[in-house]
Design a protein around this ligand. Structure first.
Ligand SMILES: NC(=O)c1ccc[n+]([C@@H]2O[C@H](COP(=O)([O-])OP(=O)(O)OC[C@H]3O[C@@H](n4cnc5c(N)ncnc54)[C@H](OP(=O)(O)O)[C@@H]3O)[C@@H](O)[C@H]2O)c1
Length: 349
């Protein structure tokens, strides 16, 4: 657990990483992504930031607020519905045309609705695509830019997915994409556990990059906007009742920025001779964190909203008995299947 004082002090030192950090925030037209993107712009020197979502008006407002917070920052909106992987691919191509490297990918795309399985023409449930497949696709597509960030000063390269780490749910390996057994709670459980496992899978393959999956706690956001009226009302009442237990907007932005940049979450093999490759240098009161594999500083971190480690009870077993590898292979197979579908439809963007 990291104190808010340590969080703020670390964020204030983000400037130590130097000017021109490049970051992508997917799902930053609202909520946790918005709060974190603003905290990043506020604390970084001359950052270049891309925010992705569907709501142009919200993006315009956020860009204005960022310009006020940091006149040397540049924030650009890329409008996309990333519940479809063809759109993820289009966004990644657009970014790759503009940038040679990317220091941070921060993903919070998601919704809360009571629709059952809502399958896109790519054969994926849209909520599962938002929570999981689109996030892994952004990371996979943009790995070349993350790798270039490891070889370019300040050698800082990170990926953060915010969903609900802790892997509390057993996976149905016969139906990982829940084609046949979808329910809202199974969708949440599967995508959380799969995000958890993929932090280690990516970290083991990419030693210069940190991969994290973070929980946000209970945060008042627009997450309930797609719920029916009665459920939105119930959510409002619930939020009122649990207000003392919720995490405020500024604290959320600050804590998520800390998890995205602090040196207590280094990659497994940061570039030698560049302290900034590990992130913002931590103060003496906190230590480098134990990663998801159980080793200190292993480059893959599943984190609570307060920045501590959380590993669901079946995750170590899943890593040992091959389920984690199954999830990796399943994900790559889904990508190949969707690519084929899009090629056949002439939908390659
Ligand atoms: N808030 C909490 O207490 C809480 C707790 C646990 C987990 N989480 C998880 O944290 C993540 C962020 O939640 P939040 O509370 O910040 O929600 P939010 O305020 O609703 O933000 C969600 C973001 O995702 C974007 N998004 C949704 N559908 C999209 C689509 N099809 N294409 C592109 N962008 C899309 C939204 O942008 P547009 O509307 O512009 O498309 C918005 O920027 C979610 O995965 C949520 O499940 C939240």
């Amino acid at each position: 657990m990291v104190s808010l004082e340590v969080v703020h002090a670390s964020n204030a030192r983000l400037k130590e990483l130097g000017p021109g950090l490049v970051a992508l925030f997917v799902g930053a037209t609202s909520g946790i992504g918005e709060y974190t993107a603003k905290a990043f712009v506020h604390n970084a020197i001359s950052p270049r930031v891309y925010i992705v979502g569907r709501n142009q008006d919200a993006a315009n407002r956020i860009i204005k607020e960022c310009e006020t917070a940091n006149k040397d920052g540049k924030v650009e909106f890329i409008k996309a519905d990333v519940s479809e992987l063809s759109e993820v691919d289009r966004v990644c191509k657009e970014i790759a045309k503009k940038e040679k490297h990317l220091n941070l990918i921060f993903q919070t795309q998601g919704n809360l609705n009571l629709r059952g399985r809502d399958e896109s023409s790519e054969g994926l449930d849209r909520k599962m695509a938002l929570n999981y497949y689109s996030r892994m696709r952004f990371i996979s597509n943009l790995l070349p830019l993350l790798r270039t960030a490891t070889t370019t000063p300040p050698h800082f390269s990170r990926s953060v997915s915010v969903l609900g780490s802790g892997g509390g749910t057993a996976l149905d390996t016969a139906d990982l994409d829940l084609k046949n057994t979808f329910t809202g709670s199974r969708c949440a459980g599967h995508t959380i556990t799969m995000n958890d496992l993929m932090t280690t899978e990516f970290a083991q393959r990419e030693s210069g990059i940190t991969f994290s999956h973070c929980a946000p706690g209970a945060v008042k956001t627009n997450l309930a906007r797609e719920l029916p009226f009665w459920a939105r009302t119930a959510t409002k009442v619930l939020y009122q009742l649990i207000t003392p237990l919720t995490v405020g907007q500024d604290e959320t932005g600050a804590r998520q920025l800390f998890m995205a940049t602090s040196g207590i979450y280094p990659p497994s093999k940061p570039v030698e001779g560049a302290a900034s490759a590990s992130g913002v240098s931590p103060d003496k009161t906190i230590e480098v964190t134990k990663g998801a594999s159980g080793s200190v500083g292993d480059g893959g971190y599943n984190l609570t909203w307060k920045g501590g480690v959380t590993n669901g009870k079946m995750l170590p077993e899943y890593r040992q008995n091959g389920v984690s590898k199954t999830v990796w292979e399943h994900t790559m197979n889904v990508f190949a299947r969707v690519e084929k579908i899009n090629q056949e439809r002439g939908n390659v963007k």
